[in-house]
Design a protein around this ligand. Structure first.
Ligand code: ZN
Ligand code: ZN
Length: 279
């Protein structure tokens, strides 16, 4: 018998609220090119540097080691995407890799595309209770660092501080574009990795999940859309593996290495890649 899904009210209200508030961007009075520029700059800092470089490739998979002050600065940026703090983000993503597209995957496409995209946050999932104990079990490395406990606890007030700062510097147009529009766009871009890049695209490698390499998700996410490559080699700091698979996040990581700010960078060897090829 199918039981009714329970709505996760706080998250649902927040996400619906962001969608509604982002509509203010259509009011001409709130438009400014400087607001758009602020949103783009914040997307680059929080989404690409914060989430891709730090939360995903460094903290979750340990595909590289960043200079500690830079790691902490970028984790701060990642927390500004309001996708949970670093601990819940990393824990959820580690579970996704452990149980990809099987029962227990927080956002497996086995439960449908909408579920994988955003439904998994709007409803209470009995297979993946989003509680601190589960998050802690998957992140002993982060639990040991008080700074990550701080970000986990205060990412929401930090967003409020950012909103107040944007208002003080640029008025309502900076708040609407820099907070609401930027969050909305970042959300759907990040979520498309979990939905579209587990549904549409090609599969270079034989993985046990349904991950795909999807060029438009890769374009939007600065490289995260080469997701079949990523599921085949989760610790690789480089996701775009073929010549045409442009991966901006990888370019950034290589630049950080040249500057002496990143080391111990993991990439699969040629023979590892060949062994894993899909039939
Ligand atoms: Zn995935
Ligand atoms: Zn991953």
């Amino acid at each position: 018998m199918k039981t009714r899904m329970k709505v996760a009210w706080p998250t649902a209200i927040w996400l619906v609220g962001i969608h509604v508030l982002a509509l203010l961007a259509f009011v001409p009075h709130f438009f400014s090119w400087s607001g758009v520029a602020v949103a783009a700059a914040l997307y680059f800092a929080s989404g690409i540097l914060g989430v891709n470089v730090c939360f995903h490739r460094t903290l979750t998979h340990r595909g590289l080691v960043l200079a500690k002050p830079l790691e902490y600065a970028l984790a701060f940026c990642g927390s500004l995407t309001v996708q949970g703090g670093p601990i819940s983000w990393v824990a959820t993503h580690r579970v996704h890799h452990a149980k990809s597209d099987r029962p227990g995957d927080p956002h497996g496409v086995d439960k449908g595309l909408f579920w994988a995209h955003m439904g998994w946050m709007l409803f209470v999932d009995p297979d993946f209770p989003k509680d601190e104990k589960i998050f802690a079990r998957y992140t002993p490395d982060l639990q040991a660092q008080p700074y990550y406990l701080f970000l986990e606890r205060y990412f929401m007030p930090l967003q409020l501080v950012l909103a107040v700062a944007l208002y003080a510097l640029g008025g309502w147009s900076w708040v609407i574009w820099g907070i609401f529009v930027r969050l909305l766009v970042t959300y759907h871009i990040t979520w498309s990795v979990n939905s579209a890049a587990h549904a549409w695209g090609y599969r270079t490698y034989a993985t046990k999940d349904q991950s795909t390499n999807n060029w438009w998700v890769a374009l939007l996410t600065a490289g995260e859309g080469w997701h079949n490559n990523h599921h085949a080699f989760p610790t690789s700091a480089r996701h775009g593996l073929r010549r045409r698979e442009f991966d901006l996040t990888w370019v950034i990581i290589r630049s950080l290495k040249l500057l002496g700010l990143a080391k111990e960078i993991v990439v699969p060897t040629q023979s590892q890649r060949e062994r894993h090829l899909a039939a």
